[in-house]
Ligand binder design. Structure first.
Ligand code: 5GP
Ligand code: ZN
Length: 111
């Protein structure tokens, strides 16, 4: 049994507010939102972070990058949104299953 929270969301062991899913990825609302809309987009394949991607994941990662704008628009983020991937402890990553944050729907702090 995996200890990965996001794998548990993928297999239904932990409930989540899922807003999008397809054969490669899943998007759900962050449990502790930092913006009016705060989604997490994860691959179905367990990959720890961007650092864990291999050449074999090219199609998967490009699919995710093409899908993020569609999910954002579906969720009403027509004026724009922020996409973040925290990588490793030094990058502030807390859940070690690759995920892209989508944030929007209000004022965001400049970066
Ligand atoms: P990280 O810091 O790893 O980039 O972000 C992990 C995110 O996952 C955090 O924003 C946190 O609120 C969210 N999160 C952690 N556990 C859960 C959970 O069980 N369900 C949901 N929906 N989000 C979670
Ligand atoms: Zn996982």
């Amino acid at each position: 049994m995996t200890d990965c929270i996001f794998c548990k969301i993928l297999d239904g062991g932990i409930p989540a507010d899922i807003v999008y899913e397809d054969g490669h990825c899943l998007a759900f609302r962050d449990i502790n939102p930092k913006a009016p809309v705060h989604l997490l987009v994860i691959p179905r394949k367990h990959i720890e972070s961007l650092d864990g991607l291999g050449a074999e994941d090219k199609e998967l990662i490009s699919h995710m990058m093409l899908t993020i704008p569609r999910i954002a628009k579906q969720q009403g983020l027509v004026e724009g949104y922020r996409t973040i991937a925290n990588t490793g402890k030094g990058g502030g990553q807390e859940v070690f299953h690759l995920h892209f944050h989508i944030l929007g729907g209000g004022e965001l702090h400049p970066m």
